[in-house]
Design a protein around this ligand. Structure first.
Ligand SMILES: Cc1cc2nc3c(=O)[nH]c(=O)nc-3n(C[C@H](O)[C@H](O)[C@H](O)COP(=O)(O)OP(=O)(O)OC[C@H]3O[C@@H](n4cnc5c(N)ncnc54)[C@H](O)[C@@H]3O)c2cc1C
Length: 401
């Protein structure tokens, strides 16, 4: 039985593990974090192609989350001023993770395994971990996300690029939101475009019983705001005095930074969005990056998921792309001379990855320019409503594989 070592125990690693096990591979998954993963990315837009691949991976044929039929935008008073019908299901990262993880035996999933080095020869590849462990196998799948430090074994020039803006994020329980605001927030995917910015919200599963029922769900929001490298320094200065670089633990965010956020929310956002922000107990901030690779295969080493290509969130495609990477790979690996099939797989996935990264850059182009730039032209809201987070089947000139 051929063997694969998967580095990274999140969405891409788990899709790949499920897909390879189905093809008869002996797989182990190695995750650097010590305790179970939770709550990353919060809300995830889904598509039929993702639901199909979740079914293929896990046998789950239930609806993946909450549904909204229409996307709307609001004026500053909170009235709907544009709408676009696009029925869609929204799930949470946690829900998807649990489905995928429950399908993998505990004896095959290892936590506290931080891969620090990889070596390979003609016969095998070996992953070395900071805890002293070594794992030899036929293939190593590098699925350890955008910040991967072992991607260099496949493509040493693939480096994440800062997009020039941040996403402030949070979730609020429906039961904590006013009836007036819920009329909009629990019905629609909402996108509002303040100058040089975007804020979006949609309902996602709650955490208790009957998580998809109205009233039990949560509203997920993300507010994209431009931030220069200099701004990032200020945003990432912690209460403890520590200067963070790529992100800051939420409880370290300075009170004055949050106060400024609320002030601006009150001034430029519709009341429903302001309510979301003021009722979020601990907003998170995340600098937006993207990443492209020119190689995804080096003999017995393969990168996939965000470790190979990270598109900005506007395409809402990270999870779906990871699932497609995984299943197209497992198809390529199902014959005896599988190493020979990898270059075709690589070529196709690089094409798909570049397409998505470029599209996400186009969709986010107006978010990274400075407010002072008078030449900045904001997009038509109807285009934003109809282009954000849509199925690959609906993007013109694109085939899924
Ligand atoms: C704000 C936001 C909104 C988004 N919205 C959507 C959406 O609507 N739809 C959608 O499809 N996608 C969305 N995404 C993207 C999606 O969340 C990601 O594409 C997806 O989670 C990537 O999964 P991954 O497994 O490739 O990487 P990650 O989730 O980053 O996982 C990598 C894993 O590898 C582990 N790891 C790292 N280094 C090592 C090591 N050396 N050894 C062992 N383990 C290691 C990490 O701890 C981590 O668990 C969004 C992303 C953001 C930021």
């Amino acid at each position: 039985m051929p063997t694969a070592t998967i580095i990274g125990g999140s969405i891409a690693g788990l899709f790949t593990a499920n897909a390879l096990i189905q093809k008869g591979w002996n797989v182990t998954v190695h995750e650097k974090v010590e305790s179970p993963l939770s709550g990353r990315g919060a809300g995830i837009a889904t598509y039929d192609e993702l639901a199909d691949l979740v079914f293929k991976a896990t046998g789950n044929n239930q609806v993946l989350g909450t549904k909204a039929k229409t996307r709307v935008s609001l004026d500053i008073k909170g009235n709907i001023n544009s709408s676009y019908d696009y029925p869609q299901v929204y799930t949470s990262w946690q829900y998807l993770f649990s489905l995928l993880r429950n399908n993998i035996k505990n004896s095959k999933y290892f936590m506290n395994d931080d891969c620090i080095k990889i070596i390979q020869d003609d016969e095998s590849a070996t992953a070395l971990f900071s805890n002293g462990k070594k794992k030899k196998s036929d293939l190593i799948i590098i699925a350890n996300g955008m910040k991967s430090v072992i991607r260099k074994y496949v493509d040493q020039n693939a480096i994440p690029q800062y997009a020039g803006y941040v996403g402030w994020r949070g979730v609020v329980n429906e039961k904590d939101i006013s009836v007036e605001s819920l009329k909009i927030l629990s019905e629609y995917f909402v996108i509002v475009l303040p100058f040089n910015q975007q804020i979006a919200s949609y309902p996602i599963a709650g955490e208790g019983e009957n998580p998809f029922d109205k009233g039990n769900r949560r509203i997920n929001w993300i507010w994209y705001k431009p931030a220069t490298e200099k701004d990032l320094k200020k945003l990432f200065l912690g209460k403890s005095g520590k200067q963070y670089k790529d992100g800051i633990p939420p409880n370290e965010i300075l009170d004055q930074v949050l106060k400024q956020l609320l002030l601006e929310a009150n001034n430029i956002l519709p009341p429903q969005m302001y309510e979301l922000i003021i009722k979020t107990s601990q907003p998170l901030i995340q600098p937006i990056y993207d990443l492209e690779s020119n190689f995804m295969v080096n003999k017995r080493l393969i990168t996939l998921g965000d470790a190979a290509f990270t598109a900005r969130p506007h395409v809402g495609m990270g999870v779906t792309k990871a699932a497609i990477d995984a299943f197209t790979l497992s198809n390529s690996l199902s014959s005896n001379n599988y190493l020979n099939n990898l270059s075709k797989w690589e070529k196709n996935r690089i094409k798909a990855g570049k397409f998505l990264v470029n599209r996400s850059r186009e969709l986010g182009i107006y978010l990274s320019k400075s407010m002072k730039n008078e030449t900045l032209i904001m997009p038509d809201i109807l285009n934003v409503l109809s282009d954000t987070a849509i199925s690959l089947y609906e993007i013109k000139n694109h085939s899924i594989d």
